[in-house]
Design a protein around this ligand. Structure first.
Ligand code: AMP
Length: 340
């Protein structure tokens, strides 16, 4: 990598967790750049006290273009992937980009397919919901989920083969979907950071997603709620702390996941990732999903959270934690080990 390491720039796409990532990078003394769509420029420009360079594009397709790529290379940029980045640019284009990216690229490919995703969790030995390969097998309450990080859009609940078939038909018979047992309990999403520099796995926080309309249904008397089909469009995130006794299992699952990526993906997951679960009334943690990069739920801790405080004794967002890892790796001469 022929970069001027004293002028590294942390770059990302203007959406999702971009503000947190760039604010954190500035706190760690690094330069920052944002790739931003023209219609969002004014909003992001109001944060120019921590954003040094703006790369303006007409549409998200341009993010992987030669022009943007050469601009990023001239800034000595390291790209930080996030959910919208992966969704807008697409894992195939990200794989081809010459700009170094923080963390693992291969995991983004696994993340794209719902069945591959669940296979990795199973291989890790993590408890997952029952899965139905064929709509005809459905004999309990299930959730049907579409591929990609679409924030729960289009997911639906069913309890019979007919309902599953009907629901899929309504969505134009997509082929990237899975049918999962709908686990009864409460949702809890864990944020981790796997550090090469400190050689440890950190729990950086956890959250609950606020989803429309499923989270609104409890506001209705049951006789009215019954008439409404639940949907799962994420609109925000709510902070959470867990009973300390449950943290041990959460940590163990994080470790098992890291080990599985090393073994089966062929590239150990680095930096932030998340496991998404339902906790049942027996305290069982059932993981139904993972994200192989920073999740939007970390935005509730832009000024640090209870768990990051335990590691750092000062406010530390995940965005800042990423920049710290990059800065420390650079100073120790091990930058290439955390980039792909
Ligand atoms: P996902 O896109 O997999 O994160 O799912 C979106 C939302 O659907 C989650 O935040 C949960 O509220 C709900 N959900 C997904 N899978 C399950 C499951 N197996 N059991 C119960 N709820 C689920």
């Amino acid at each position: 990598m022929d970069y001027d390491l004293s002028k590294l720039t942390i770059a990302t796409v203007g959406s999702h967790t971009a503000l947190q990532i760039l604010h954190g990078a500035k706190k760690e003394g690094l330069r920052t750049a944002i790739i931003v769509r023209k219609d969002r420029y004014e909003f992001y420009r109001s944060f120019s006290h921590f954003i040094d360079s703006f790369i303006i594009v007409e549409s998200w397709h341009e993010v992987a273009s030669k022009e943007v790529e050469s601009e990023l290379l001239s800034l000595n940029a390291i790209l930080i992937p996030h959910g919208s980045f992966v969704e807008y640019v697409g894992p195939e284009n990200i794989m081809k980009m010459k700009v170094p990216m923080f963390g693992s690229k291969k995991i983004l490919e696994w993340e794209k397919y719902q069945d591959k995703k669940m296979e990795l969790l199973r291989k890790a030995g993590i408890r997952v919901p029952r899965e139905f390969k064929d709509p005809e097998e459905v004999d309990t309450l299930v959730i049907v989920k579409l591929g990609g990080a679409k924030g729960g859009k289009g997911y639906f609940i069913a309890s019979t083969p007919e309902e599953v078939r009907e629901g899929l038909k309504r969505l134009g018979n997509p082929d990237n979907y899975i049918i999962q047992e709908y686990v009864i309990g409460v949702p809890a999403y864990y944020h981790y950071f796997n550090s090469k520099v400190y050689n440890r796995l950190e729990i950086t926080g956890m959250d609950i997603r606020y989803e429309s309309n499923v989270d609104g249904l409890r506001r209705l008397p049951p006789q009215y709620a019954q008439k409404v089909k639940p949907t799962f469009t994420v609109v925000g995130n709510i902070p959470l702390v867990l009973r300390e006794s449950l943290l041990i299992k959460v940590y163990e699952y994080g470790k098992m996941f890291v080990e599985a990526t090393r073994k089966y993906v062929g590239e150990e997951i680095l930096g932030p990732f998340s496991l998404e679960s339902i906790i049942t009334d027996e305290g069982e943690i059932v993981v139904f999903e993972f994200s192989g990069r920073i999740v939007a739920g970390t935005n509730v801790y832009m000024n640090g959270g209870p768990y990051t405080y335990l590691y750092w004794d000062e406010p530390m967002s995940v965005g800042r934690r990423i920049a710290k890892e990059i800065r420390k790796a650079r100073d120790k001469g091990m930058l290439e080990r955390i980039l792909t």
